[in-house]
Design a protein around this ligand. Structure first.
Ligand code: NAG
Ligand code: NAG
Ligand code: NAG
Ligand code: ZN
Length: 501
């Protein structure tokens, strides 16, 4: 009998030992994974820890019940239908106040909110419109001085007609579709077509010099109000024009850009600045590319503080692969900073997917989207080793139909492994967003771990300055300035604790 009891005791002891080994190993894995993820190397100060508790409480509260009812979880739904739910979120209001650093991937002519474009630009004197093949064209002309391209009418007359009502005009200058978005666009190809047409429609309207100046100023204003103090715009240089028919060259455009940014800085203390990445359309041939590279090199010499680098834009899936031009790019890579869009696709092994390999080999300083990166372990090794940042634009990837539910976004895997992610907004004006907080919300709520706290957000903000094109001394100053806003944000969060109970 005593032998039996002894055996039972021994077994229990062993189980206990095995269990505690099991539990400590399990805890070790959890700890290790947390330290590997984005933000894992950051140690919070005591004050930050206090603020973190408040933040996490708000976050957990908003995550309560979503597992039973996914309709309550905005990142799992289409941006067009969940935007108003995001705006009601307390967590979103915290993110709006959080100093986010910079936005490093924003296309200038799609950067301003639809509200502003419609109420303050479409309504202007001298804007004329006409309809060609079912699409709106708009351009500024002096009274009676229209051209013969189509049957121009003052925009205010068009707006009175049912076929070209305000709702229709909005549908021509954005991708927004009321109701179920899947009824509007049935494929990525289809939504890209509308996307490209939208850029074409707004181009002539925004290239009118006085409008361009206001538009750029408003873009900076919307970023500034959203606590984003530095911007790098992708720009396919427009030829600015005046009502009297004067058309300006690139140099005048760069000067205009620079003047507006300088004026904005003077009027907004704390704003760091804005630069451009020259990004012509990828539907070009070798001769045109060589021309573009040489134009860039010349302009970069005369405007070194304005021009940060070179990229190609347009639908990657249908555009020329980078590989077709690797010799031209390779020759230029010592003199030009590249910031290539690459791997914005779901097609594994196709030319568009292989753009990732060329982007890295050609010395790209950051990668635009890098949506397909997880399928390229070798490229990922190089990304890590060369410390190349990945420009993540979650709402763009959803609206342009790479992914429906942000939880399925492949960058979740990159976040888990601590890759240098920078959150960007790509084309916020075209899908009804404004500033950068909506994208931060999608990343924080839909793509990071439930346990990710302030350390994660702090890392994202620091990344957006660290991987910017600011020269080293300006970058360090920008980080110091950011730090002051950050400390204030932490203090305010603690002060407003009661509001977040
Ligand atoms: C056209 O208008 C611009 C801006 O008002 C002005 O600076 C320029 O001198 C004008 N050019 C001609 C040819 O009238
Ligand atoms: C490149 O495109 C331009 C404009 O369409 C054309 O004039 C030129 O002949 C093309 N060059 C080559 C080498 O195909
Ligand atoms: C921010 O400022 C605090 C002191 O106020 C300092 O301890 C910390 O190292 C600074 N962090 C950065 C990223 O500059
Ligand atoms: Zn882009």
């Amino acid at each position: 009998m005593w032998q039996n009891n002894f055996l039972i005791l021994l077994t229990l002891l062993l189980i206990n030992q095995v269990c505690s080994d099991y539990l400590s190993t399990r805890n070790e894995i959890l700890r290790a994974e947390k330290s590997m993820a984005v933000g894992g190397s950051i140690t919070l100060t005591n004050k930050e820890k206090e603020a973190n508790e408040i933040l996490l409480r708000v976050k957990q509260k908003e995550l309560q019940g979503v597992q039973e009812d996914i309709a309550k979880f905005p990142p799992a739904r289409h941006f067009f239908v969940m935007k108003k739910d995001v705006e009601k979120s307390k967590l979103f209001s915290i993110l709006q106040k959080l100093p986010k650093g910079g936005s490093l991937h924003t296309h200038l002519t799609a950067s301003v909110s639809l509200d502003y474009v419609f109420t303050s630009i479409v309504s202007r004197e001298n804007l004329h419109g006409c309809v060609i093949n079912g699409r709106l064209k708009v351009k500024f002309f002096e009274k009676g001085k229209t051209n013969n391209l189509c049957k121009w009418e003052p925009i205010k007359d068009l707006r009175k007609k049912q076929a070209t009502s305000d709702a229709w005009i909005k549908s021509q200058i954005s991708l927004i579709h009321e109701g179920n978005p899947s009824n509007a666009y049935n494929s990525a190809h289809n939504v890209w077509n509308t996307f490209i047409n939208t850029f074409a429609t707004v181009y002539d309207m925004l290239a009118y010099k006085p409008v361009f100046q206001d538009y750029l100023y408003q873009a900076l204003q919307e970023f500034y109000e959203d606590k984003v103090f530095y911007v790098e715009f992708r720009v396919n240089f427009p030829e600015l024009y005046e009502l009297n028919g004067t058309v300006y060259g690139y140099s005048e455009f760069l000067q205009t850009f620079s003047d507006v940014v300088q004026r904005f800085k003077r009027e907004h203390p704390g704003f760091i600045g804005a630069k451009m990445i020259y990004a012509p359309n990828r539907a070009l041939n070798a001769t045109q590319l060589e021309q573009a590279l040489s134009t860039y090199t010349t302009l970069q010499k005369s405007h070194p503080n304005v021009l940060a680098g070179f990229d190609l834009v347009g639908c990657e899936e249908i555009g020329t692969p980078l590989f077709n031009f690797y010799q031209q790019f390779n020759k230029a890579q010592n003199n030009i900073n590249f910031f290539f869009h690459a791997g914005e696709t779901n097609w594994y092994g196709f030319d568009v997917d292989k753009n990732l390999i060329d982007a890295v080999l050609l010395g790209s300083k950051r990668i635009g989207h890098g949506y397909a990166l997880l399928k390229h372990p070798k490229v990922l090794e190089m990304v890590k080793q060369k410390d190349i940042a990945i420009e993540l634009s979650p709402i763009s990837n959803q609206v342009l139909m790479l992914v429906d539910d942000s939880r399925n976004h492949p960058a979740t895997g990159l976040i888990a492994q601590g890759f240098p992610i920078v959150v960007c907004n790509d084309d916020p004006g075209f899908w009804g967003a404004k500033g950068l907080s909506y994208d931060w919300y999608m990343v924080y709520m839909g793509m990071a771990s439930k346990d990710a706290g302030l350390e994660f957000l702090k890392q994202l903000a620091l990344n957006s300055l660290k991987y910017s094109s600011l020269p080293e001394n300006e970058k360090n100053q920008a980080i110091r300035d950011w730090n002051v806003s950050w400390e204030k944000f932490i203090d305010d969060l603690i002060k407003d604790k009661a509001k977040y109970q």
